[in-house]
Write a protein that binds this ligand. Structure first.
Ligand code: NAD
Length: 539
């Protein structure tokens, strides 16, 4: 079966049509305040209990007023999802795929600028970061998920049907609704979490992050325009804790599709465990969570390649990718060669408004995040084992801006070498050149996470040493590249240990979690006798 191709990335170079289009769409969105309702059973619900959505790089500017769900809306959304499932199953896989492939076509075409501009303003992404996330990755999620879902029907049919029998497998969805709780940092992930289960016949209650209501609502509107039937996905801005409580009190809760931090996911898993006696089924729990992503360099490595990987891998999207490099183990000989150049290049990084295309970085997502990140920087400034090699300043007067920062530490167990910071902060531990094998062990043991990581080395023997020593240290492993930028259908994404259930979003393994097959035996030659041959007497 032929497969889709990855959506080509637009460059937005000076003079290009896409650059003209996105600028005019940014202007349009900057001059409106969108009123965002809940969407329940296909209907807009304005609760008048509202919060403002602001632009992180210009936090006095309001782009949306969001109507939050209360208890009644939460219950109604769960019920709407349950009510919609029967007809959603019965329209069949092909029609469901046709809807999501239409979503992909709309996003690749007339909705592209609207969604990208919303993501640039709502989540403070540069145009390129918005394009690779909100447009390309989501188009890929939708197209490849449909492709993979079609494959199940052939791949999972029983191998054997003896004479007189026809064995088949019905690829049934889970019975009930899936609760999709989504993170702020990728619009693509946010829309994928409710829609991946929907492709195989589940219905969803979608709780977006409070920091991405605006872009997520635009994506919800897109799906409705593509013909998503009422109630299949119910969009519910509001408190995660309350929505979870309501969902778990409904016996039809069938699964959780989560991406976000490790602490939140662990809490949710425990709550689901406690709710089990009230539920009809054992729910499926899929969660992709935090990371402490690493780069290990060998003394024999490509110096310029390492420098570029550290810069892009750590600071693109202000280090707010779950895959962002945030700890590096660099041999003394290499650090003495690259550190000045690396710091000089980082000082050239321009940071500011996402609408100014000369900026490589913009602001971090909110005050809470700003305070958390700057807390790590301040503690490092006061730690005798740490030195700020570059950056270290911050300013939240206009937007939540944190300079790209490198901390050099002499303690490979320092907090910034082991905890997720989720901001533009890279910590470097400089090791003795002959300590490579020990450093692999330290890298493996220093953090509870296991999401992404890279090895930089020229010699295949050293690459293989790292490959083997770091087998369980990263779910996505890179050789001579930055640890970010996974592409759907190329490097299926997800981590293990404290980084998640590693079900690889955008791939067939994830879709399989949302199905619960029914095995069907059809007897063509119906037995007419009840006695078996062994029962014949020997006499
Ligand atoms: P978060 O955990 O703060 O929030 C994620 C979602 O959970 C949000 O919708 C939030 O409202 C909700 N939530 C928070 N507390 C809740 C509660 N008590 N009950 C129910 N829902 C609750 O994470 P975030 O800041 O939005 O995203 C950043 C995190 O996501 C980072 O840790 C990052 O590593 C991780 N992430 C992981 C991946 C991956 O694929 N592994 C991808 C993207 C982001």
């Amino acid at each position: 079966m032929s497969h889709p191709i990855n959506e080509p990335i637009l460059a937005y170079a000076r003079g290009s049509q896409e650059r003209i289009d996105i600028k005019s769409e940014l202007d349009r969105q900057m001059n409106q305040v969108l009123e965002i309702p809940c969407i329940i059973g296909g209907k807009e619900v304005f609760t008048n209990n509202t919060v403002n959505q602001v632009i992180p790089h210009k936090h006095k500017h309001i782009i949306a007023r969001v109507h939050l769900a209360g208890k009644d809306e939460m219950e109604a959304a769960c019920n709407a999802a349950v009510a919609a499932q029967k007809s959603w199953i019965e329209i069949g896989l092909e029609e469901r795929c046709a809807i999501f492939e239409r979503c992909a076509d709309l996003l690749a075409g007339e909705w592209r600028m609207r969604v990208n501009a919303a993501t640039m303003l709502n989540q403070s992404k540069t145009v390129y970061q918005a394009e690779i996330d909100a447009a390309c990755e989501l188009i890929d999620f939708w197209r490849f998920n449909c492709h993979y879902a079609r494959g199940f029907h052939d791949d999972f049919q029983p191998l054997v049907s003896p004479k007189g029998v026809l064995n088949t497998t019905e690829i049934r969805p889970l019975e009930g609704f899936v609760l999709s709780i989504t993170p702020f940092n990728f619009a693509s992930i946010a829309a994928n979490l409710p829609s991946a289960p929907a492709i195989v016949g589940c219905t969803s209650v979608w709780k977006p992050s409070r920091n991405s209501y605006h872009s997520n609502y635009v994506l919800m509107q897109l799906m409705m325009e593509a013909g998503l039937p009422d109630g299949v996905i119910n969009f519910l801005p509001g408190s995660g804790a309350e929505i979870t409580e309501t969902a778990l009190s409904n016996p039809n809760f069938a699964g959780l599709h989560f991406t976000g931090s490790t602490g939140t996911f662990q809490g949710l898993w425990q709550e689901i465990g406690l709710a089990l006696p009230k539920l009809k089924s054992y729910p499926r729990i899929v969660g992709e969570t935090g990371g402490k992503d690493f780069v290990v360099a060998h003394p024999d490595c490509n110096h310029r390649g390492l420098l570029v990987a550290l810069l892009r891998g750590s600071f693109e999207y202000q280090g707010q990718k779950c895959s962002a490099a945030s700890r590096a183990y660099v041999p003394k000989s290499v650090w003495s060669i690259i550190s000045d150049d690396l710091c000089a290049e980082i000082k050239k990084i321009k940071m500011g408004d996402a609408c100014d295309f000369s900026n490589f970085m913009t602001a971090v997502i909110d005050q809470r995040s700003f305070d958390k990140i700057t807390g790590y920087i301040d503690r490092a400034k006061n730690d005798p084992n740490c030195e700020i090699a570059v950056g270290g300043n911050y300013d939240d007067s206009v937007g939540w801006f944190v300079e790209p920062t490198i901390i050099v530490t002499s303690d490979h167990n320092s907090e910034t070498m082991s905890e997720e910071i989720f901001g533009p902060v890279l910590t470097v531990y400089v090791y003795e050149d002959n300590d490579f094998e020990n450093i692999l062990k330290i890298c493996d043991e220093s953090s509870p996470y296991a999401l992404t990581g890279s090895i930089f080395a020229n010699d295949e023997v050293n690459i293989q040493k790292a490959f083997n020593a770091l087998r369980f240290t990263a779910g996505n492993f890179y050789i001579n590249d930055k640890p970010t930028g996974a592409v759907v259908a190329q490097q299926p994404f997800g981590g293990a240990r404290a980084s998640g259930t590693n079900d690889k979003a955008g791939g067939p393994l994830n879709l399989l979690r949302w199905i619960s097959p029914r095995s069907v035996k059809r007897t063509l030659e119906i037995p007419q006798e009840w006695e078996y041959p062994f029962m014949e007497s020997d006499n």
